[in-house]
Ligand binder design. Sequence first.
Ligand code: DHB
Length: 399
Amino acid sequence: MSQIPVVIIGAGPAGLMLSHLLHLQGVESVVIESQSRDEVEATVRAGILEQGTVALMRSTGVGDRLDREAEIDEGIQISIDGDLERIDLHKYTGHSVAVYPQHEVLIDLIEQRLTDGGEILFSTTVTHIEGHHTEAPVVHLQNSDGTENRVATSYVVGADGSRSLARQLLLADGAQRLKHEYPFAWFGVMVEAPQTHPELIYATHPDGFALISTRTPELQRYYVQCDPEDSVDMWSDDRIWSALHTRVDSDMVSVSEGKITDKAVLRFRSAVTSSMQSGRLFIAGDAAHTVPPTGAKGLNLAIADVALLAPGLARALKKGDDGLLNNYTSLALPRVWKAQHFSYWMSAMLHSAPTGDPADDLFQTHRRLAELRTVTSSDAGRQLLASQYVGLDLPTYEV
Ligand code: DHB
């Protein structure tokens, strides 16, 4: 049985960044990932990095490619029935966001971990976590060829995504999971086309929401609001283009068309698990909380969790001081709830949520558009949206 101070389950943003931050503190860890490296590096996810995430990537030596390749956006566009309103992120916050998709962050972190001699076990499944209430937990693994082995450790971190195995143990220990489901979803497409607009467009229209985002000058990412029960085959290319043009086009903008290379339905869910720890077991990122996609807070929250967990673990392992670690959940949750609120608020303002009562639906549409106009037409409203969009500073703790 091998022995390593921290076992991290999951090679997503939380797991890989945690392993990287621990390494910078001189703490060894192993990352166990059920998917192959190719699968991890190819998974399509959101693309907005908050200012704090960008600052952390830069200050810890994994920001070079981001600085070369990411599009830096100093503003976003809100389109209300074709009227564009710009939210000047930089004017209101002094910050901007980076359009740099999650899988690119993962490619950079994997490369850095391997360059630094870090261990990532791909295509390896955690079957069982034993003894998380003792000082010496054991993690049981199954490799892709069916062989099994065990790792003895001091701490286990479940960064194993929304279907987390680690979370099941916390729930069995009494943690609560609070959830919310939304009556809408997104239909996401990847399109080989030139950029529609230099900045992201969050569009709302009586028919529903649409989002214009980008990946590269030649590859665009668009979303249209759909029903959560819709399947991919219900959205022909013609239906997608018609929805996008109706919801986004104006005198200023025309959605650029091209070959659609990927189609997927994204469900909207909120969930928060508390406590995020029990004994020597901790959860971070999507394992602990899920936000709906509007505003792209998921990756950023995962990074914020581990910006707290890394110094907590390093203090415990290097100095025998577990004070910060014991307070992980209470220090992490206020930010989680703020992001939860922001994602909910943006989603509710921008999407139609038909109730079946046409008069009430019309009332809600007018009220919702008035709320959006209240936000976009005042300095106070724009400031509130901008500051939450670029994100709070990340926690910084000395070890
Ligand atoms: C993207 C996703 C989002 O949820 C968002 O708010 C902005 C951009 C994206 O995938 O590019």
